[in-house]
Design a binder for this molecule. Sequence first.
Ligand SMILES: [Zn+2]
Length: 511
Amino acid sequence: MWVTCFSPSYSFRLVSTLRTSEHRSPFDLAKRPILEAINGASTECLPYFQLLREWVRECDQSHECKRPTGANYWPTRVIFVGDPDPDKLVLVEKRGTGEDYVTLSHCWGVQTEETRRFCTTQDNYQRRLQGFSYNDLPKTFQDAVRVTRELGKQHLWIDSLCIIQQNQEDWKKEAGQMENVFASAYCTIAATSASGCRDGFLKPDLDSQHIEIQGIPGRPAYVSDFDKDVGEGPLSTRAWVLQERVLSRRTIHFSAEQTYWECGSGVRCENFTKLECPPGRHYFVLDANFPTRLRTAGHDRTVDFIKYLFKKYSRCGITFESDRDVAISGLVERIGASLETGARYGIFTCFLADLLLWKRSDGEMADRIEYSGRTVPSWSWMAYSRGIDFISDPTLVVPPHTDLCFHNNKPALIVKVRQFANCRIEQEGERYAIVADTGKMVGTLWFDRGYIEFRHCVVIGMRKDNMDDARKTYYILVVRGKGPGQGYERLGVGEVEARYVSKKCNREELW
Ligand SMILES: [Zn+2]
């Protein structure tokens, strides 16, 4: 839960940077259009954009959020928005030297012949290198160009304009760079309120909009609900957007209710309040140098955050289901590199047992995703559609590496396959109860795609408690043989008392 707190020092500091000589009351100031010199040129600026610039300036000068000087990543292509002719935009391929670029995070919306026209394709690509018209762009892109210019920047990156669409080779190359594109951007514009490229995200009456300072006696303060405005906006429901948000150093969220600034030091609201970040998962999302904060978070908080990310991601919408392993790959790679651990299909080596205990969320039956030309194994949650949860146990004791590990050169796990003994299953709504021959309930199962078979299992871990060995709780995957010599596949996940699983086992491959 976010807490809203009025931050007088911040708003006074902001106001004090404006021209105070003409006005007595600092509160008057923020409500009137002002003149300010930007980049040496005197431009008439509106308080709304002045506020955005102040957020950036404050962060540039007082935090360690922005890209370090000397960081040299530059996207393959960007849009140059700084031409003296405001209608002229140019797609450029040259490398910027010491310059900044801004990224747009947005929903594509429903694709039609008309929206495809806005994209860069093989057909218009050469022409766009010569220049193209601002007025021909849809509203969301126009708004992004305007914000980029108002921030005093000249380069903007928009996926559908900077990646050549319907060109598999270019897409593959650029999709692999998405991680760097967002992590190295000056800041990200999040078109939070827009469901598609036609919607736009700047309010139409912006030219007459003035910022109201909250927390002044006699003036009603309204409460900022960042979780709702941003977390539940159309943009947050899209799978690709999760890594864009986490990897961005700083984000301006244009929600339907108000505009928010999010950086490593917290969240600023358009109403001059600052939101104190609760010491929880969001602390890691805010990390401008993600995932640096995770490195020192300790085992439990790190694994909790990773599960939170995957649960959230699995519930997001995705246009092409076969992008499920790609749209988060930048984030997975970055976490793996930072924690100095391997990752395969969304499962980290250092949290192997914890992450294998994913289960489909109640009420959702998973479907196997068709990945043409590549294999995603059944033990990975990326193999299925729909939302997932995890069976979590902070006391989880994991088996030795020899009993459970990644295969060296195949997309398989090395496991020990055992048999259920002296028990059966009975359906109980979304789950199955494991019932001993005596009639006593001794465990619970969730099948990934509905009941298929109940014979074999793999022990993934054990609950640490004072029970004697036979009564300990095993965390298991239900598996079945794929055919002679073809190994096993996962069918579901659950827990059961140890004495209902055979001691005898065979070393097998789980695919
Ligand atoms: Zn900052």
